[in-house]
Design a protein around this ligand. Structure first.
Ligand SMILES: CC(C)(COP(=O)(O)OP(=O)(O)OC[C@H]1O[C@@H](n2cnc3c(N)ncnc32)[C@H](O)[C@@H]1OP(=O)(O)O)[C@@H](O)C(=O)NCCC(=O)NCCS
Length: 355
């Protein structure tokens, strides 16, 4: 085969030999370069170290391939299949370096992803595109649509400059207490945290994305916390406790990559339905941002993602000083069922791009 015809080389973040490590670094490097091209220098692509830790999680299986032309890494693709829940769903990632686009490589990588999805018995594919221009016109939309994906949800990405944040007074309603933890939370709260994580998976707006409730227990929470630490991320979380029952009923958390601490990422924010309407959401976010500013002062920007339909959360964010900086489309495609889904292929336990 000519060395100008792309070769697709499987890569794994679990490889420990020098060549395997270099291949995985090249794969993660393509994702970073493409994110830089689409989003600019303040992109939010995962680092190779973060991706390796995610692949070690038993909650998701991850398959990845690197496209190589003439010895140069030019494209990357991945399939992420949840293993504890959502057995027919997977996320698909395809990225081609700008100088190698419009030559059929994206199509080929997506074809690879479709084959892996079928092998894993996945018939619902999800994908994301992201752009920073202040327009609803998604530059990658036509490519995704021509492959049969349908827009399932629009998401807004917003940034808060910590130095100019206007944090409103947000008193805690009677009957509740806020508790903040940096990096670790008490073991005794892990069961409540698992309930919150399970509810978070379906209480946040999902648009038309077909996703069932995620299965969380103490062991999964503990494992994901350990992995977040191993990824080199600090975590600042604030919880709301219902004093009558003693149970945690809401939480919000922010992660900070230790090797790039200027840009922090807002993760889940949830108040259980039966405790909404008391201002707990705003109180949690304000308390957590204050704790972040005190505990991890290197953070300059906090980045968050919200469904465009989540007007309440967007209004809260705007009041605090968050400003929209990018847009994300979430896409869904159904593959025709080819008989019964096949069983999980044998091999090392794997998973994900987002634990
Ligand atoms: C989307 C992406 C993967 C396409 O890669 P690519 O290698 O340029 O795609 P291909 O060359 O295989 O495209 C195949 C066809 O789609 C067309 N096409 C590609 N990108 C397009 C776009 N943005 N708008 C319209 N048509 C597009 C090509 O012209 C080609 O058409 P043709 O066969 O009629 O000539 C690439 O632009 C990329 O990496 N984008 C950033 C990451 C991303 O958004 N990925 C998609 C979601 S996972």
């Amino acid at each position: 085969m000519s060395d100008l015809v792309p070769r697709l080389v499987p890569v794994s973040g679990l490889d420990t030999d020098p060549e395997g490590i270099a291949r995985f670094d090249a794969w993660a490097g393509v994702l970073v370069d493409v994110a830089r091209h689409e989003q600019g220098e303040d992109h939010d692509a995962w680092s190779a170290q973060e991706l390796r830790e995610m692949e070690a999680s038993p909650s998701k299986r991850r398959l990845q391939v690197l496209a190589v032309v003439g010895g140069e890494a030019v494209g990357a693709a991945g399939v992420i299949a949840p293993l504890r829940d959502n057995p027919t769903v997977c996320w698909v990632v395809v990225a081609v370096l700008p100088g190698h686009r419009r030559r059929g490589l994206g199509d080929r990588l997506l074809g690879w992803a479709h084959e892996r999805a079928r092998e894993l018995g996945r018939t619902t594919l999800h994908a994301e595109t992201e752009w920073t221009a202040d327009t609803d016109r998604d530059p990658q939309g036509p490519w995704v649509e021509r492959h049969g994906f349908v827009l399932a949800q629009r998401v807004l990405r917003s940034d808060l400059l910590v130095a100019s944040a206007e944090l409103p007074g947000a008193p805690v309603a009677p009957g509740y207490r806020l508790e903040t933890h940096v990096d670790a939370m008490p073991e005794t709260d892990l069961a409540d945290r698992a309930v919150l994580a399970r509810r978070m998976s379906t209480d946040a707006p999902l648009g038309d994305l077909e996703l069932e409730e995620e299965q969380w227990d103490e062991e999964r929470v503990r494992g994901e916390d350990e992995r977040t630490r191993a990824m080199g991320r600090r975590v600042v979380s604030t919880f709301a406790r219902d004093l009558a029952s003693g149970r945690l009923v809401g939480y919000t958390s922010i992660q900070v990559p230790q090797d790039a601490p200027h840009l922090a990422f807002q993760h889940d924010t949830l108040v259980l339905r039966e405790h909404r309407g008391h201002g707990l959401g705003l109180a949690l976010k304000v308390a957590n941002l204050r704790a972040l500013a005190d505990g991890v002062p290197d953070v300059r920007t906090v980045r968050t993602w919200n469904a465009a339909t989540n007007t309440h959360m967007l209004a809260v964010n705007t009041a605090m000083g968050f400003r929209v900086g990018a847009r994300v489309s979430q896409w869904q495609k159904h593959l025709p069922r080819a008989g019964a889904p096949r069983a999980e292929p044998p091999g090392r336990p794997g998973p994900t791009l987002g634990a």
